[in-house]
Write a new protein. Sequence first.
Length: 272
Amino acid sequence: MLGAGGGIALLGASGFVYGTRLETEWLEHERVTVPIPRLPFSLEGFRIVLLSDFHLYPTTRLEFIRKVVEAARELDPDLIVLTGDFVQKRADAIFELAPTLAKLNARHGVFCVLGNHDHWKGPHTVRTGLEQQGLTILHNRGLLLSHEGSPIYLAGVDDCWAGRPDLASAMSDHKEDAITVLLSHEPDPVDEYAIDDRVTIQLSGHSHGGQVRLPGLGSPFLPPFGRKYDLGLYRIRKTWLYTNRGIGVTAPIRLNCRPEMTEITLSSAGSV
């Protein structure tokens, strides 16, 4: 029979195995409905799948990412967006990752922005790997999509920590009545981006939710530019922000903070 010390040790060992071996690959499918005032009827129910922070190697396995891609494919969304940090230790890992990401499918395509780790390890290499597989990078630019006759403006800004984001350039082709979806790797710059009332919703990652979350306390491990809006849905001025917890990890542990695939549905219901 275990004494108190033995019980604590066993509990600690079980928690370690859970956090390092189980939760890191226990994908959670988050479903979020975002209310949009004056949403055109044709955009009611428009669905976006958000994936972020793959961090391929040394901890995050390609086999796990393949399973995530298959889960996203089964949703058959209108749009898929990937908000950066594709690699972790080596930029050339993108040449293994990108062919898997290229299997993603959505009615209006798959679009990307780069993250700080992509910049630190080699942005040219990461861009090349993605573009060779037909994945579109929105580097301080936007494009106009049309969904059943209604415009959606999709914009992306460069990483704010390691790159040079330029919202004005990203919004330069905006159409006046278009719902705008902005991709930004880091969430916290929303305080600046939301000053532009044209930005309807910003989609981000970066924080990983901290990877370890303590009940009632949140996470003590949040990175710069991901500390204020660390996970979930927020309202800043007239802009919605959603921060995704990411797929991969930078440290080999997750606790109360599972990897996330986000399915976002636009709706006029509940809007003011």
